[in-house]
Design a protein around this ligand. Structure first.
Ligand SMILES: [Zn+2]
Length: 110
């Protein structure tokens, strides 16, 4: 089993500890932020798995690439892909909504 820990500066004064464990095809990720401690989604783990060192204050920022490489073939990868696809859809729907509201505003003035 391989493990990597990072300290990530979030909204609290104390940085959060983000831990990744890779055991075969099983990938686990933990975060000490309020969402992470409650078993909810948090961007601290998501960002690192996407290869971003944003907010990392521990000196092992280069390990982000190691952890990101652990993702391939895991169930976490599939779940992350689903989130990314829905985020793309969300962006598309937001653009459509802006256009529809503009059309509505025009319709109310003509
Ligand atoms: Zn977190």
């Amino acid at each position: 089993m391989e493990t990597r820990d990072f300290l990530v500066q979030g909204s609290a004064q104390e940085p959060y500890k983000v831990t990744f464990r890779k055991d075969g095809s099983n990938l686990r990720a933990y975060c000490t932020c309020p969402a992470g401690e409650n078993g909810m989604y948090c961007k601290h783990r998501f960002n690192i798995l996407e290869g971003s060192d944003k907010g990392i204050v521990s000196p092992n920022g280069a390990d982000v690439q190691v952890v990101a490489s652990w993702l391939a073939g895991t169930d976490v990868e599939a779940a992350m892909r689903a989130v990314r696809e829905i985020e793309k859809e969300e962006a598309r729907v937001k653009s459509l909504l802006i256009l529809a509201k503009r059309a509505l505003a025009r319709a109310m003035l003509s």
